[in-house]
Design a protein around this ligand. Sequence first.
Ligand code: 7PJ
Length: 278
Amino acid sequence: MILRCGRFELALDRPLVMGVLNVTPDSFSDGGRFLDSHAALEHAQRMIAEGADIIDVGAESTRPGAEPMHESDEMRRIVPLIEKLAGAGVPISADTRKPAVMRAAIAAGASMINDVAALRADGALAVIAAAPRPVAVCLMHMQGEPETMQQHVAYTDVLAEVKGFLAARARACAAAGIARERIVLDPGFGFGKTVAHNLALLRGLPAIVALGYPVLAGLSRKSTIGALTGREVGERVAGSLAAALAAVARGAKIVRVHDVRETVDALKVWSAVELAAH
Ligand code: 7PJ
């Protein structure tokens, strides 16, 4: 299985690490530390040196309760960073829900669009379909909107509903002319989900993997890890590593993480054991 990612072609024969670069003032796990663009650039370069395979740059906080950000503010924060990182040797992903920001990010050199709304915004599918390069796209499941998503959480069968949603969004991409090799699916841990929902999705990940697309899992430092360990956000590395390994053991091909160095080490050991026969 390969992922076409702009000018990159990613072999998915071992799990890949996507390093998170938040350039938002209120991101829950980084607390706005990387708002200054020099610090953000340094952090990205450190994650690449630590072995990140993809860097995900995002400005709009999607943490529970966050309000939407104005388009021009979002562009001002991420576009210059993407331009500076585009030649860094790994694909750069832009974490955005807005078609105009997607278009600007791609023009600035992004190789992937990571959309927590799975290209449901008006015009988003068309921007990806018309992109001058075959950028990859991560389609994530979210129930509700970030502002309210943890307030009215309700599923009859969370795994079946998330799987059905992702399959439908993949079909929408196909209908828009977006090649299959460009698509990544993500159950969206924490996005309108309780701890029990997140655990059911993680246990049931093979059902989503069975749709035939690479699956991305983002559990790093999330509140489910906090709930299971009793740790504050800066103390969740060990719990996050366990979650990342549980995800790759169930077929996830990409893990989205804050702690790149630790995750790369954990995956090297896991891969040496589990992929040795290949
Ligand atoms: C995710 C994300 C995730 C994808 C965030 C955080 C919260 N994008 N953006 N998957 N989470 N694709 O950084 O922990 O799980 S924002």
